[in-house]
Design a protein around this ligand. Structure first.
Ligand code: ATP
Length: 563
């Protein structure tokens, strides 16, 4: 297909803000395609060349895009920068200059989608010495054969800023619209459910095009990340039993990070809850899995907890979060901060998906295949009981030995990937604590002058973010990533969207847990609520913005404060 035909779809999508219209445009386009098994269509519609769980990016900054336009079209960088200050979209600038240049030469683009996809893939994968120049050469080659409109979308794709208003949910629903128009809503739900197993819409597109049976057959595959099941929060043991039934399984709530362990033949891979592949960062965990778990293929759900080998004391989540990020000196860090794997669930074993199997049976299998070794690997500590008294003792003991709280699990429940259903509940002491995202920040004064020291935090509300307060305490002068003012400033600076005096607006990416004394109605923030005495307790690199508190949660908290 010519790329010019494909960008028409982008244009049509950009022209309407109505969700249903967007779904119709996408459905019409996808249905017509002949090669529905080719993943490039879905990837390009998302501005990518790889599945959603693959974090690789093109590595083209705005400055680099400007250089490429300069090299490809001979326009001076100063002129491009001038236009950028006016227009604010490098894509449009590329369009304008390409159109100008090619107007006179009766140019007609022959650029194929496959060629664009190919070059974009090369741009993404080039590494090492001279990679910037080689990336630029591939961009210039594309711009050289593109029309104005095509150049706009090539540049926007490279800058991760397609501006067509197609969130993943729209794309998913358009598959239902295209292939199951008679039962759109029901199938949209089914599609979402199987999507959470594979996290690759291209697979779902191909299956949907083959019909309902193919969708139902979409299976979990070891080696590919799955979205984890999440707990709901309760405030008392009685409530936990009400939700999970009696008897239920009680487990300690470990303060580490969620890890999905995958084995497929000889290949072992580890994923975080955000679907990041962290295998390289945790060779010690890979070794423990190799030597202590029986089976040719499996997917296990666990909490990896860091500890200090000198004192044999567990370390809180923040300590281990440096291991998630670290790409060098890993051996050194393993010695300083090894991890213990607390395995609590199994989703797949020796070629079979187990997500429909009741929890207590999955657990039985786990106990058979994991051989415990203290400080390396173990199945989570568990008690099955129907006694509220015994459960309370278990909870108190967990708190006494320094755990965060307990998890209560429904014995006959299946595994529900990607959902916060009542098959697991968590019980922790009641400290008001919310995950929020930073949407703005202010520079400090005096010796903190160069740092962003207070942060405007927001919760989710109908697909948008609304502010709930400003927090400036909780961080230190010096510390690990995200725990001090200078480290937080480093994280926020690349996200700045706009500066107004002392204040910066930032792209909502950085999630923090915030405690407070009270939440009250207040006209000062866009949510209509404000936190009193807020304090950042944790930086949460493991959370995405869709994990954060909603306006509903805030309203609930505010109501419970009154009681
Ligand atoms: P909170 O917001 O209360 O601090 P949390 O941020 O740790 O809780 P939640 O999203 O409520 O996270 O999910 C609970 C998390 O607890 C899981 O994602 C998992 O990482 C962790 N966890 C620790 N121990 C267990 C366990 N035994 N079973 C299941 N999850 C556990």
């Amino acid at each position: 297909m010519l790329y010019s035909e494909f960008v028409e779809v982008y244009e049509a999508l950009a022209k309407t803000s109505k969700r249903l219209e967007k779904e119709k445009i996408l459905a019409h386009f996808l249905k017509k395609l002949k090669d529905k098994d080719d993943p490039k269509w879905i990837y390009l519609l998302q501005g990518k060349v790889v599945p959603e769980y693959d974090p690789r990016e093109f590595g083209i900054s705005r400055q680099l895009a400007i250089k490429a336009i300069h090299a490809g079209l001979g326009v001076s960088e100063a002129e491009i920068n001038k236009q950028f200050n006016k227009i604010g979209d490098i894509g449009e600038i590329a369009e304008m200059f390409v159109a100008k240049k090619k107007q006179s030469s009766l140019f007609s683009s022959k650029l194929q989608v496959a060629k664009v996809f190919d070059n974009l893939t090369k741009i993404m994968t080039i590494e090492g010495k001279g990679s910037v120049e080689r990336k630029l050469a591939f961009v210039s080659e594309l711009l050289g054969s593109a029309s104005g409109l095509e150049a706009k979308y090539i540049v926007r794709t490279l800058l991760n800023d397609l501006r067509i208003g197609v969130a993943q949910g729209i794309l998913r629903d358009s598959l239902s619209e295209a292939f199951f128009p008679g039962e759109k809503n029901e199938m949209a739900e089914k599609i979402e459910e199987v999507y959470d197993l594979v996290n690759d819409l291209a697979i779902i597109f191909e299956a949907a095009s083959k019909g309902k049976k193919a969708i139902e057959k979409v299976e979990i595959v070891p080696g590919r990340p799955v979205k984890v099941m999440l707990p709901v929060k309760v405030s008392a043991i009685e409530e936990a039993f009400e939700i999970c039934g009696k008897p239920a399984a009680l487990e300690h709530k470990y303060d580490g990070f969620r890890m999905m362990i995958n084995k497929n033949g000889k290949e072992i891979s580890l994923f975080t809850r955000k679907l990041e592949n962290v295998t390289k960062q945790f060779p010690d965990a890979v070794e423990s899995v190799k030597s202590h778990i029986k089976g040719d293929s499996f997917i296990l759900d666990c909490e990896a907890v860091g500890y200090d080998p000198k004192t044999n004391k567990y370390k809180p989540f923040e300590a281990i979060s440096q291991r998630i990020k670290r790409k060098y000196d890993i051996d050194l860090l393993i010695k300083k901060l090894p991890v213990e794997l607390n395995i609590f669930d199994i989703l797949y074993y020796n070629g079979k998906s187990l997500i429909e199997m009741p929890f207590f049976e999955r657990r039985k299998l786990l106990e058979k295949i994991v051989s415990t070794e203290k400080w390396k690997i173990r199945t989570s500590f568990q008690l099955i009981t129907d006694s509220e008294e015994k459960a309370k003792e278990f909870y108190e003991h967990a708190l006494e030995i320094g755990e965060e709280g307990i998890m209560i699990k429904k014995l006959d429940a299946p595994y529900k990937q990607g959902r916060r259903v009542g098959y697991i509940v968590k019980l922790k002491p009641l400290v008001a604590d919310l995950d929020l995202v930073i949407v703005g920040a202010e520079y400090g004064s005096g010796k903190r002058g160069g740092w962003l020291t207070s942060y405007i935090v927001a919760c989710r509300s109908n697909g948008d973010f609304v502010e709930v307060g400003k927090v400036s305490s909780g961080l230190k002068e010096k510390g690990d990533e995200g725990t001090s003012y200078d480290e937080m400033t480093k994280l926020l600076k690349p996200l700045i969207l706009e500066t107004k005096g002392n204040y910066v607006k930032v792209s909502p990416k950085i999630v923090v847990s915030v405690t407070y004394q009270n939440i009250q109605k207040s006209p000062s923030y866009s949510s209509g609520y404000a936190m009193r005495f807020p304090r950042i307790t944790h930086y949460r690199p493991d959370r995405k913005t869709h994990d954060i508190a909603t306006l509903n949660d805030i309203e609930k908290e505010a109501r419970s404060m009154i009681r």
